[in-house]
Design a protein around this ligand. Sequence first.
Ligand code: HEM
Length: 400
Amino acid sequence: MTTPVDSDEFFDPLNPAHIPDPDDFMAASRRGCPIGRVSEILYTANTDDLVRAVFDDTEHFSSRGNFTVGAEDVRTPVTMITQSDEPEHGVLRARLLKNLAPARLRNLTPEVEGIVRDAISELPSFGRVDMYTDYAHFIPAAVLYALIGIPKPAWREVQGWADAIVSVVPEPVDGLPEFASLMGFLAQLVEMRRSHPDDRHEDVLDNLCFAEPGEAELPTLDVVCHVFQLVVAATDTTRGLIANCLYRLLENRSAWEAVVADRSLLPNAIEESLRMDSPAQFMVRSVLEDVSLDECPIPAGKKLYLNIQSANHDEKRWGEDSRTYRIDRPDSAAHLAFGRGIHTCIGAPLARIEARLAIGALMDAHPAMRLTPDATWEKCDGILTRRVKSVPVWIDGKEI
Ligand code: HEM
C-alpha cells in the first residue's frame, strides 16, 4: 500500500522543516515509507532500487516537467534536454555530447588547469579563507563559460546574473531581471556568431549556431535556451561537489592526509563525496500510466520525486555505515548522483575533471590547510542543491 506521509517522521520535500537537515527524515522513509505520498500530485521514491528502476523506465515515466514539485510544470519557451523524452531527447543529447566528447575534454583540460591556477593565485598565502566563496564558487562557472564560448571580459557579469537565477531554481525564474539580462546577452552572442560564419570555434555556441549535415538549424531562442540549461545544470552542482568533497576530507583529517600523500586516492574520495552529499538531491518524473512500485499503486498523471540523496544513503545498498564518509569504500562510483539511464549527466566527466584538478591543486599549494575550529556542516538553502554553506579554513594551519 502507498503510505501517505502523514507522519512528521517521514521525509517530505514540501515541508520547510525538513529541508535544512533532511537525512534523518530520509532514513525514516527508507525504513517505513519507501514510496511516500506528500501531496495530491507528488509521490516520493526513497530507496536505491526504486530510484534506479524509475531512472531506467522511460516507458512509464516521462521527464516532462522535471524538477517541478508542484501541480503545474514550470513553463519554458523551448523544451530543454532534461525535460525532453525520446526521440527529441536523443537528437539534442547527441548534439550537446559533441562538446563533451573525450577529445574535446582533453583539449579543455589545460584551460581548466589555468582557471584553477588563477583561482589558487588569488588566495592569500596564509590566514582564514572560505574555500566555497573564495575558491569553489568561481571555478565551475569559468570552465562552463569557456566551454560555451562566452568572452572572458563578460564572465563576472554573466556569473552575477547566473547566480541570481540558480539560487531560485527550481522555482520559475522567468520574472527575474537577471533572467532577461542573461537571455538578452546570449541572444546577442548568437547573432554575433552567425554574422561571422567563417570565424569558427570549438565551443557550444558554434555547435548550436551552425548545423552540420543531417542536423537541424536551430532558431536563436532554442540556442539561447539550451545554453541557459547548461548554466543551470553545470555550475551550482559542480561547486557543490568541490566544496562538499573538500569539507569531508578536511573534517576527516586522516583522509585529507592520506590523499595528500597518495593522489591516486582522490578519484574515489570524489565519488564517495558524490554519494555522501549528492549535489542534485532529486529529479522528478511524470507518471505516464498507472504503475505499481514496491506494491504501491501510483496513478497516471502524478509526479514522482526521485530522492537521489536518500538512495545514495540506502543501508540495503551501502551497508549500516552508509552515512559515513569513507575514502576506501569499495564501489563508491555506483552512486546515483549523476542520475542513470538515458538522461545520465552528460557533464559528469567534466565535473570529475574539475573536482580532481581543483582539489589536487589545492593540496599541492596548501597541504597543511585545516578547517577552522568553528566550522560546521550546514546545508545551503533551497530544496534542489546539497552543498555545504561554507568551508572555512586556516591556510597553512596558522591562526592569525
Ligand atoms: C557534480 C556536478 C553535477 C551533478 C551532481 C549533476 C547531476 C545531474 C543529474 C542527476 C542529471 C540527470 C537528470 C535527469 O535524469 O533528469 C544530470 C543531467 C544533466 N547534466 Fe549534470 N550534473 C553535474 C554537472 C554537470 C555539468 C558540469 C554539466 C555540463 C557541462 C552538466 C550538464 C547536464 C545536462 C545537459 C544534463 C541533461 C542530460 C539529459 O537529459 O540527457 N551537468 N546532471
